[in-house]
Design a protein around this ligand. Structure first.
Ligand SMILES: [Zn+2]
Length: 111
């Protein structure tokens, strides 16, 4: 089952913030991501499992990174078919510069 091009939403269980995502590439996305709605918020955001209005405009995208990944855990995550998430602009292009450091807890695939 491919979710490429599918719209999904994540809702923060702490601040209640919501982000809308789109899958740009084939791959797996996380059920939980750390909060992207509020900068200081550490809360987990929970996936809506693509059960959302597919005409929503995404503000984040899941993508397969090209080029070398420095972080080892992250590199492994991508090698296993995991996608990464990043904010995008209204026109669908990634926000420059790279919005978040490529951080990932060892063994975790939550980002
Ligand atoms: Zn939050």
């Amino acid at each position: 089952m491919s979710y490429k091009g599918k719209i999904n939403q994540y809702t923060c269980t702490v601040c209640g913030g919501v982000i809308t995502t789109i899958d740009r590439d084939e791959g797996t996305t996380a059920f939980f991501v750390s909060c992207y709605a509020t900068p200081e918020c550490q809360g987990p955001m929970r996936s809506s499992m693509y059960q959302v209005d597919q005409s929503l405009v995404p503000d984040h995208e899941w993508y397969k990174p090209t080029g070398k990944i420095q972080n080892r855990a992250l590199r492994e995550h991508v090698r296993m078919g995991g996608l990464l998430i990043r904010p995008i602009r209204n026109d669908g292009k990634p926000k420059p510069p790279e919005p978040r450091p490529a951080e990932n807890p060892p063994g975790g695939i939550d980002r």
